[in-house]
Design a binder for this molecule. Structure first.
Ligand SMILES: Cc1cc2nc3c(=O)[nH]c(=O)nc-3n(C[C@H](O)[C@H](O)[C@H](O)COP(=O)(O)OP(=O)(O)OC[C@H]3O[C@@H](n4cnc5c(N)ncnc54)[C@H](O)[C@@H]3O)c2cc1C
Length: 308
């Protein structure tokens, strides 16, 4: 996680990069992964993971606040841009180049003359862009050799990036303007991009750490000067795990139950399955789903009172 934030921060510090996608990916990916890590911590600690630190300390054990960590990290998936909204925002940024060159072609409100002009413009763009999707350095065995044992992973990132771009191009052709409603597809697309970005960040950081040039090292390569070669081992393991996730996500782009799920969700909202709820006890305190809000000087105090 730190490697992803580190790379995004370095790109921002350069002050010549548009890092909207990288910054958003760092927020989304870290929020999701941190929750998984905290959940694993609770599980690994078993009953002690579920107990509060105070309860553990009262029993004379070390007060590890695992359950509090899980609760506190959980909010990152909701505030400062919920994960669902981050997926939509990043997907929009990712397909923005296509919408700006080809958006008029698929917009039903655009006139025929404007559509023709847009088609000519898009033709020029895609004549240059499409050949870049076919092959690149990821196909050449010696590419990224300066990264040593991690070079294979960077070649994979390069190949997978082009495969992702081809998938987006195919999806845009298949669904045209309806692509923006395919949240399942867009979500997987963003998750693939997030994994590839994380792999790149981890390789860059491990390479710097292994050569004594990491952000926390003085470069002497002496004892205590950072993680050294073990950083390469960790990065290699991370990338191998990440590749498995990427392959599953690619598979899910075209093999999923999204369309059925949408139909099912509509049926749920239409009340087709209320019989399933029969006999289930509702633990909530009665009240409206959303309270009427009254803006005023005291409303912020109310919010703070409710969430503390
Ligand atoms: C502890 C805490 C502190 C907070 N502090 C602040 C603060 O300091 N300042 C501030 O402004 N706000 C603050 N908030 C509010 C926070 O920003 C909102 O809770 C957050 O933006 C989500 O909005 P919501 O709660 O209205 O959920 P909703 O917008 O109702 O969303 C409910 C669920 O639906 C999903 N969803 C919504 N729209 C879509 C969509 N189009 N497609 C798919 N899924 C969707 C969401 O991701 C979420 O999972 C705080 C909240 C908490 C709990």
């Amino acid at each position: 996680m730190e490697a992803v934030h580190d790379l995004s921060a370095r790109l921002a510090d350069d002050e010549r990069n548009d890092i909207r996608i990288e910054a958003a990916l760092a927020k989304l990916w870290s929020s999701e992964l941190a929750c998984r890590v905290a959940d694993e911590l609770v599980q690994v600690r078993g009953g002690r993971g579920y107990e509060t630190a105070e309860s553990l300390a009262a029993r004379g054990e070390r007060g590890v606040p695992a359950e509090q960590l899980l609760r506190d990290l959980r909010i990152n998936r909701i505030f400062e841009g919920s994960s669902e909204i981050m997926h939509l925002l990043i997907a929009r940024e990712a397909v923005d180049a296509h919408l700006s060159v080809a958006g008029d072609i698929i917009d039903p409100d655009t006139s025929t003359a404007d559509k023709a002009r847009a088609a000519a413009r898009a033709g020029g763009f895609y004549a240059r862009w499409l050949p870049t999707l076919v092959t690149g350095p990821g196909r050449r065995p010696g590419s990224y050799a300066e990264f040593g044992p991690l070079a294979q992973h960077l070649r994979y990132v390069e190949r997978a990036s082009r495969k992702l771009a081809r998938s987006i191009f195919y999806a845009a052709g298949r669904w045209q303007g309806r692509l923006e409603q395919k949240q399942g597809f867009l979500g997987r697309m963003v998750d693939i991009g997030a994994e590839l970005y994380a792999m790149s960040a981890v390789c860059v950081r491990a390479h710097a750490d292994a050569s004594g040039k990491g952000p926390l090292q003085d470069g002497s390569g002496g004892p205590g000067d950072g993680p050294g070669k073990s950083a390469l081992l960790l990065a290699d393991a991370f990338c191998k795990q990440s590749r498995v996730r990427v392959e599953e996500l690619f598979d899910g782009l075209w093999r999923n139950t999204d369309a059925m799920d949408v139909r099912l969700a509509r049926a749920v909202l239409d009340g087709a399955f209320t019989w399933v709820e029969e006999g289930v006890l509702d633990p909530s305190i009665p009240g409206p789903w959303i309270a009427p809000s009254e803006p005023g000087p005291s409303s912020m105090d109310d919010v703070h009172r409710h969430i503390t």
